[in-house]
Design a protein around this ligand. Structure first.
Ligand SMILES: Cc1ncc(COP(=O)(O)O)c(C=O)c1O
Length: 513
């Protein structure tokens, strides 16, 4: 048995204690290269902790390269290059008195735990974790040609400082994209950013003081939660309706928004009406109109996250809030990340000129401006008509992948599970039968080489542990079918175990007399 002693009363999270103690045992030679360590369930039982605690610790050690998990074989102390890693990995305070920085961090970042837990999945795993573009469509040759022509034509401008609101040719290209969306904007309404994430941060810093109230969908994109929580804003969550069908209105609950605005001084709302991350829902046009009327009545601006809107797989296009806005109350943020290349880190904000000007000043104090090279390559890519073609190609592929996922879910999932019916975007939201915890399920599916994003990472209030997100854009149809079948098989197995457990519990017990 491994000598481990956790202190539940400590302010250091249990998984951090466990990670550090196992790391120390490896460094001290008590755990040797090639040695098998207990399965997470076994160790959790030994230590009397939740299995997720052990899984989180193992995931971190795996991402540090100290241990490695192999589907069907178990988890082992790694042996290659161990000496080098021993000198690289920081020693915890308990070993040599050096400062343990982790204990000083202001908060525990849930999404970090998520990414470690899932990125360190065994090699060859099928990962539904991310909502990101499929890398096989990245047009490297086309981009190389765009880049060459940019260097030839405007190399000097690229290398010099430039305007904080964006590289003029890219601003022109985005104005053209907005026009084909049916929305007229000019350069003064547009700020180029390092993606939507930075746009959220700039909006936050331009408008919010600590304690100001922001309304977000709950669940929401964790990056948005992190920005507003980091700014010490008071965040009010509004539920997202995930049921669709005749008479149902999916998407954020507009009546709940109205109720919140009646009772609270809300500074702004941040919403993703199209293919919402994580639920995949789209707010119908009538609800958008009602939302805009309510926002105008209470004079509360809406930050519309439009990042997935161009990824419609089927059904009628719904006009954006920005397009429907007659009160100048919407600021729209958007990006090339989902429709093209997230690594370029380029996005934009569309809004009233005075807002854009303030955001520009805030951006100036952040990074002066977004890198010219990425902006210029994208401008050239749009100018040559290549973005339109790329988007068509990827939209077709994602639409086929979405259909494959729905088909696989219908075929394999037990009838007690429910899932959303997105009309595009990159993810489906799944509800396990009540009482199931998707974090627990992840531990089992991970062992079978399938990972996903547990729902709790998207909630900032009232987490629903039986939910999870399946990102489908990055997987081909075969992987989707195989991954879904495994997921369903593991779930059915867990359901059977429960049934057996509850039957045992039902055996009448005779009182001891
Ligand atoms: C809803 C939503 N908003 C913003 C972002 C961040 O996008 P960007 O890469 O443009 O910063 C993401 C990324 O996943 C997202 O899902």
């Amino acid at each position: 048995m491994i000598p481990l002693h956790l202190q539940p009363e400590s302010h250091v999270p249990l998984y951090v204690q466990l990670r550090d103690q196992i790391r120390a045992l490896v460094h001290g030679g008590d755990l040797r290269p090639g040695e098998r360590i207990p399965a997470s369930r076994e160790l959790a039982t030994q230590l009397g902790v939740h299995r997720t605690t052990v899984a989180n610790a193992y995931a971190e050690l795996e991402s540090e390269g100290l241990i490695s998990g192999h589907v069907g074989r178990g988890t082992f102390i790694r042996d290659e290059g161990l000496e080098r890693r021993i000198t690289e990995v920081p020693h915890p305070a308990s070993m040599n008195g050096s400062l343990r920085w982790e204990s000083l961090f202001a908060d525990e970042r849930g999404e970090e735990v998520l990414s470690r837990l899932t990125q360190s999945a065994p090699r060859g795993s099928i990962s539904f974790v991310m909502a990101r573009p499929a890398a096989e469509f990245f047009p490297i040759d086309e981009l190389r040609k765009c880049s060459n022509s940019v260097w030839r034509r405007e190399g000097t401008e690229i290398l010099q400082f430039g305007p904080s609101d964006g590289y003029p040719p890219l601003k022109q290209a985005v104005v053209g994209m907005l026009r084909s969306d049916g929305y007229e904007a000019s350069g003064e309404n547009l700020l180029i950013t390092d993606g939507c994430q930075q746009a959220l941060d700039l909006v936050c810093r331009a408008f919010l003081r600590p304690g100001d109230t922001v309304l977000l969908e709950n669940p929401a994109y964790p990056g948005a939660i992190a920005v507003f929580a980091g700014a010490r804003a008071r965040i009010i969550g509004v539920p997202v309706k995930t049921e669709s069908g005749p008479g149902m209105t999916p998407g954020v609950d507009v009546s709940a928004i109205e109720a919140v605005l009646m009772q609270n001084r809300v500074k702004m709302m941040v919403l993703t009406p199209d293919f919402h991350n994580p639920t995949g829902t789209t707010l119908p046009v009538a609800e958008r109109r009602r939302l805009l009327e309510i926002a105008a009545r209470f004079q509360v601006p809406i930050i519309e996250d439009h990042i997935y809107a161009r990824l419609r797989a089927r059904g009628e296009r719904v006009p954006s809030l920005k397009q429907l806005d007659r009160s100048n109350i919407v600021i729209q943020i958007d990006s090339f990340s989902k429709i093209a290349f997230p690594g370029m880190r380029v996005g934009w904000v569309v809004g009233p000129a005075n807002v854009i000007d303030r955001l520009r000043l805030v951006k100036q104090s952040t990074d002066l401006h977004t890198g010219h090279l990425a902006q210029a390559i994208l401008a050239e890519y749009v100018r040559r008509g290549l973005l339109g073609r790329h988007l068509e190609r990827t939209r077709r592929a994602y639409s086929a992948r979405l259909a494959a996922l729905e088909q696989a879910l219908t075929r394999h999932m037990p009838p007690e599970t429910k899932w959303t019916r997105p009309e595009g975007g990159m993810c489906i939201w799944l509800e396990l039968p009540p009482g199931f915890d998707s974090n627990e399920l992840l531990i089992h599916t991970r062992e079978r080489g399938v990972v996903f994003a547990p729902g709790r990472y998207f909630y900032f209030q009232n987490p629903q542990p039986n939910t999870l997100r399946l990102g489908f854009a990055g997987l081909n149809e075969r992987e989707i079918a195989r991954g879904t079948a495994t997921l369903a098989d593991v779930l059915r197995g867990e359901m059977r175990k429960r049934q057996r457990g509850s039957r045992r519990a039902e055996v009448p017990r005779v009182a001891l007399v």
